[in-house]
Ligand binder design. Structure first.
Ligand code: UD1
Length: 417
């Protein structure tokens, strides 16, 4: 898909934020822990969700997906995941923990993902080992039951995926498993909320998650499980950054949880934006001239790595030089060369991204991954002339109706084909 983006002058309007992509991917896999019907509301209609649905269907799930509601029934499930799609989405890594909880074994090709850099799963396997699973690190990856028992898992570094997989694995091991140094992203807490509805006891303490597992999990559940997916904080942040990059924008984003965006909003205010919060919406007014920043990106509650590339584009339009250091994915840099094609003064120095005020002009660029695609749309909307963005379909992996939402805000964007 090629996107055509023409110079845009004014950003104004109201949009509704969809359900969280990353939560939904994990929640859909969490449904595998139960044989009962699981109903998930507010699931975004995006490519990554369609892929995980297809993967689940390939192992036996019965799934209905209508109007952002997913109804999943997992009566008979295969532990062997052969689908080629596993390599295409990072969320498929959640099948490791979910299938171990459900079937006590799993056979799966190495999960892939948005290919912005290496995505290891060593911490997932480390936790599986400590819980008594035997890992055969072959292709496909094979994990089987050994002397399975609850344990204390100390993660040397925070990982969203490894935390969620460990919670899944611990959910049906008798006794208390403690995760020390877990990720506590809102998406992790959303998964815990669903699992609690499945009767698993989970408590969260400072830098710790305790899971009181139940061995016969699938037998004790006897009620329909309904869950509302949290709003997508990364989608919300993307549109707030888009609006901030233009002078005097006025936008409102609805269906958001501003407490999930605390550090994003603090940054936007420090750049000069005016923010008004209501319980489920955020209004933003951008300044005439954006200020610069010096920002370290780290695990939640810090500014999220998933917005790093998009923030890079926004800061091209601030008054002076900015510096960003992404400590979660320091090699998430696919946007740099593409932005340079538009004339951006952006470069890497000692693992820090340096961004200087730039005047952009149109070119042909290529989206390299999901967030790179959004970063390019923002930059292209500032460039003189008409920019073509190849592989624009990356946007559809993680944003629901991105073109209609951007158009509603005033971005001159269209699909060529
Ligand atoms: C999830 C999100 C992704 C987000 C990331 C960090 C999904 C589907 N994806 O990815 O959008 O950018 O959290 O918020 O929810 N690491 C290891 N070994 C491992 C696992 C991770 O070294 O086994 C490292 C990673 O390379 C990275 C850091 O840990 O440097 C954090 O990665 P992690 O939180 O695991 O990211 P994902 O769960 O893959």
């Amino acid at each position: 898909m090629i996107l055509k983006v023409a110079k845009t002058t004014n950003i104004n309007g109201t949009i509704r934020i969809s359900g969280s992509k990353n939560s939904s991917l994990a929640l859909i896999c969490a449904s595998l822990l139960s044989k009962e019907e699981v109903v998930l509301n507010n699931v975004p209609d995006i490519e990554d969700i369609k892929k995980i649905i297809e993967i689940l269907r390939s192992i036996g799930s019965n799934i209905k997906y209508e109007n952002n509601t997913l109804t999943i029934q997992n009566r008979k499930i295969s532990y062997k995941v052969n689908s080629e799609l596993v390599r295409q989405i990072r969320g498929s890594s959640y099948l490791i923990g979910a299938l171990l909880a459900r079937c006590k074994k799993v056979e799966i090709s190495e999960p892939g993902g948005c290919n912005f850099c290496d995505r290891p799963i060593d911490l997932h396997l480390y936790a599986a080992n400590l819980l008594g699973y035997v890992v055969k690190n072959t292709s496909p990856l094979i994990i089987k039951k050994g002397n399975v028992t609850s344990n204390t898992i100390i993660f040397p570094k925070k990982s969203v995926g490894a935390t969620i997989n460990t919670i899944f694995m611990a959910s049906n091991i008798d006794g208390i498993t403690t995760i020390i140094n877990p990720s506590l992203e809102p998406e992790v807490l959303d998964v815990c909320k669903l699992l609690k509805k499945m009767s698993i006891e989970i408590s969260i303490e400072e830098n710790k998650i305790l899971i009181n597992g139940v061995k016969k999990l699938t037998k004790i559940i006897s009620y329909p499980i309904v869950h509302e997916v949290i709003p997508d904080r990364i989608e919300a942040g993307s549109y707030l950054l888009l609006a901030s990059s233009f002078p005097n924008s006025k936008i409102e984003i609805q269906n958001v949880n501003s407490s999930h965006l605390t550090n994003v909003l603090i940054l936007l205010k420090s750049l000069g934006a005016k923010i008004i919060k209501t319980p489920d919406s955020i209004k933003l007014e951008s300044p005439q001239t954006l200020k610069n920043t010096n920002l370290i990106i780290s695990e939640y509650p810090y500014f999220p790595t998933d917005l790093q590339q998009i923030l890079s584009s926004t800061l091209l339009f601030s008054q002076s030089k900015s510096v960003i250091e992404d400590r979660v994915f320091p090699k998430r840099l696919s946007h740099l060369n593409e932005l340079k094609k538009l004339g951006a003064k952006i470069y890497l120095e000692n693992e820090q991204i340096i961004i200087e005020p730039s005047i952009l002009s149109s070119s042909i660029v290529e989206a390299k991954d999901l967030r790179c695609a959004m970063a390019l749309v923002i930059a292209a909307a500032h460039a003189e002339g008409v920019t073509l963005i190849e592989k624009g379909e990356y946007l559809l992996r993680g944003y629901e109706n991105p073109l209609s939402k951007m158009k509603r805000l005033g971005v001159n964007v269209d699909i060529i084909y």
